[in-house]
Write a protein of this length. Structure first.
Length: 146
């Protein structure tokens, strides 16, 4: 058993990633750590924008949310999503953490130019994203989202 006390994150975790294995890894990491949270998943930037703008036919998101964004996706990649998000007056304050396979300095710099809150490389977040859950719990304790 781990030392994390069961708690519920005060925001919706909005995972924007086309990799089912990565999404499942995030979910398992949270469950294994005893962290409960509402989640929403979009498989690319276009779907994510539809959800955030209330235009998706089936998925809706309410309340504060934190985006975990992959960069390499079909249709609309993470950079295009960030550009559209920051240009939208209703969504420009959204808190976004990049969670990607890319460790390229150019990608990291470009993402920070999009005003992200942090950049995490999937392989560096620990086996099965073990460090991600504790990070999210500590982050939730320290901040209030818009």
């Amino acid at each position: 058993m781990n030392d994390c006390v069961a708690e519920k994150l005060p925001f919706v975790l909005f995972i924007v990633d086309d990799d089912d294995v990565a999404v499942e890894g995030v979910m398992r990491s949270l469950a294994k750590s005893g962290i409960q949270c509402d989640t929403m998943v979009a498989t690319d930037g276009l779907e994510a924008l539809e959800i955030l703008r209330g235009e998706h036919p089936e998925k809706t998101i309410t309340g504060p949310f934190l985006v975990l964004l992959d960069l390499n996706m079909p249709r609309m990649d993470g950079f295009e999503f960030l550009d559209a998000l920051r240009a939208d007056k209703r969504l420009h304050q959204s808190v976004v953490f990049v969670l990607t396979t890319s460790s390229r300095d150019a990608d990291r710099s470009r993402a920070y130019d999009g005003n992200i809150a942090g950049y995490m490389v999937k392989s560096a977040v620990g086996p099965q994203f073990s460090r991600l859950a504790s990070f999210l719990a500590r982050y939730a304790d320290a901040v209030r989202l818009p």
